[in-house]
Design a protein. Sequence first.
Length: 266
Amino acid sequence: MGLHVVACQLDIAWEDKAENHRRAAALLEQANPPRGSLVVLPEMFATGFSMNVDATAEGDERASERFLAETARRLGACALGGVVTRERPDALAANQALAFGPDGGELCRYGKIHPFSFAGEDRRFARGREVVTFLWSGFTIAPFVCYDLRFPEVFRVAALRGATVLVVIANWPAPREAHWLALLTARAIENQAYVVGVNRSGRDPHAAYSGRSRIVDPRGRVLAEAGEAAGTIAADLDLEALQAYRRDFPVLADVDPRFVPGLPPR
């Protein structure tokens, strides 16, 4: 069983949802993914990594969520991307990864577990509560958001719950590009899973972004990698090959559940 993945590396226009919807739609039209694909957009793809929650949060019209749902319907695919939501004006917001299926229905809603306190995200955004997985095309997919990548324990929880694809959507700045590349590969190797890392490109008022979106296989081999410019990359994931690798080299069977909260002891 296979899955075609398209990573859409977007040069995000600052706090301009309509323009970013247009840019994403144009890139995906060029990519022309086959039906049944997994299409992934970056963290806060419609606004950039802004702490101005009034500008980034989904309003009553849910414009960016609707864009993802309509994209999934139009492409006959699963569309995953990052949005900001807020339940009420006086509440902390949520930095989320959402996925929609070809019928426009929501498949997954994950809240970023680790707000980036270095940039003050923890003062505007609440912590997500749990690791989330969903099924698509035979694969079990677990989404994460940017800074989560530095915390391997949540990825381990996902893998032990059966995740075969770990997706990281990000606005990861250029000065820490080496960390981005190394950690994506590490998460793939240690969890014997495919990793899809989708970063933005370009600049915002505070940082430059070097892109370098990357798709990695369970052995740590890079299947596709972007440069610095906006664009898309794609790869075909092979579930049978992943399962065979896990059987032949059963590393996950030796995880000690005493050190993974929430897992029953053996």
